[in-house]
Design a protein around this ligand. Structure first.
Ligand code: ZN
Length: 345
């Protein structure tokens, strides 16, 4: 192994990412070194490319970006006993602290000291990634690197979808980005009755209908109530998953929920937004904010579901060599893509 590697870095405080050479990371006693094979481009990475307000406040420069990956362990630290060289893996990109009450109680995903690879710490858009062995998630042989590279966003979808019991329920998902589409596939897989997904981007709705057995609704052109009527729904949706961050989508969701309905929120509004709380109170609606993935319960659940027939591969619409990253970001920024996977081999 030479001691240099290719990376995709935020090296200047301006829009863009740059492919550069860096030393291969040195691992500590509790870490592993992973040869990265495939990575997914996330909406977060697009924010970092665009260098918007959030990125400027959050991301140190220079930083190797990227957090969705699959690869193989090529070196282990001296304290590492449960992960071996040669193990194919993905991994949890949230590096947690061990001091908070939540972390010490085993609710690792709620640790307030969490730092993210590719956001606060060196990331996975690189030939090699250093990761604490604790964060490694081994991949079974029947889950390939391409699916391994999108387990992070699939985990967001699974965490959101499994927030409430979906068996026999009617589900509304607002926002047909990759995570919304994967959440729809999960809802079907676990036994929801009707799954309706809304957006105003027809390309995304078409993709949703190809990937999952869902009812796509373009709310710019179609009336949601009419769709409910056509499906034979009388009282509204039992469970909502808000994936768009749009105030209009949330308002429409609340209006179309059943009394006592349950809503999981993953979409992030751009700023403060007016909420009609009295509507939520009088409809007795439960709202849950969803952050990241449950470490490691979500990972167990999603790998088990993938092994048991959950199919989300169709959400990957573009595959390319890492060197072609600029084209990958271009399709992501156009809004007309699903997941874009970069190949680092
Ligand atoms: Zn992501």
């Amino acid at each position: 192994m030479t001691n240099e590697m290719k990376v995709l870095a935020k090296s200047r405080p301006e829009p863009g990412l740059w492919m550069e050479t860096r030393p291969i990371p040195r691992i500590g006693p509790d870490d592993v070194l992973i040869r990265v094979h495939k990575t997914g481009i996330c909406g977060t990475d697009v924010h970092i490319w665009n260098w918007d307000d959030w990125a400027r406040r959050t991301v140190p420069v220079p930083l190797v970006t990227g957090h969705e990956f699959a690869g193989v362990v090529v070196e282990v630290g001296r304290n590492v006993t449960d992960v071996a060289v040669g193990q194919r893996c993905s991994g949890e990109g949230h590096l947690i602290g061990r001091h908070s009450r939540q972390s010490r109680s085993g609710r690792f995903h709620l640790d307030p000291e969490t730092r993210g690879i590719g956001v606060n710490e060196p990331g996975a858009f690189a030939e090699y990634l250093r990761l604490p062995a604790f964060n490694v998630v081994p991949l079974p042989d029947d889950i390939d690197d391409e699916i391994g590279a999108i387990l992070d966003p699939l985990g967001n979808a699974v965490h959101t979808a499994l927030s409430f019991d979906l068996v026999g329920e009617d589900v509304l998902i607002t926002g047909a980005g990759p995570i919304g589409i994967m959440a729809a596939a999960v809802a079907r897989h676990v036994g929801a009755r009707h799954v309706v997904i809304t957006d105003i981007n027809q390309d995304r709705l078409d993709l949703a209908a190809r990937v999952a057995d869902v009812v796509p609704v373009n709310v710019a052109r179609q009336d949601l109530r009419e769709v409910e009527g056509a499906l034979g729904m009388k009282e509204g949706f039992d469970v909502g998953m808000e994936m768009s961050g749009s105030q209009a989508a949330l308002d429409q969701m609340v209006e179309n929920m059943v009394m006592g309905g349950r809503i999981a929120l993953l979409g992030i509004p751009p700023g403060k937004s007016p909420v009609d709380w009295s509507r939520i109170v009088f409809k007795a609606i439960t709202i849950k904010g969803v952050y990241g993935r449950e470490i490691f319960e979500t990972w167990y659940k999603m790998i088990a579901m993938l092994q048991n027939g959950l199919d989300v591969r169709g959400v990957i619409t573009h595959r390319m060599k890492a060197e072609d990253f600029a084209r990958g970001f271009e399709v992501m920024r156009s809004g007309a893509s699903g997941k874009v996977v970069l190949d680092w081999t």
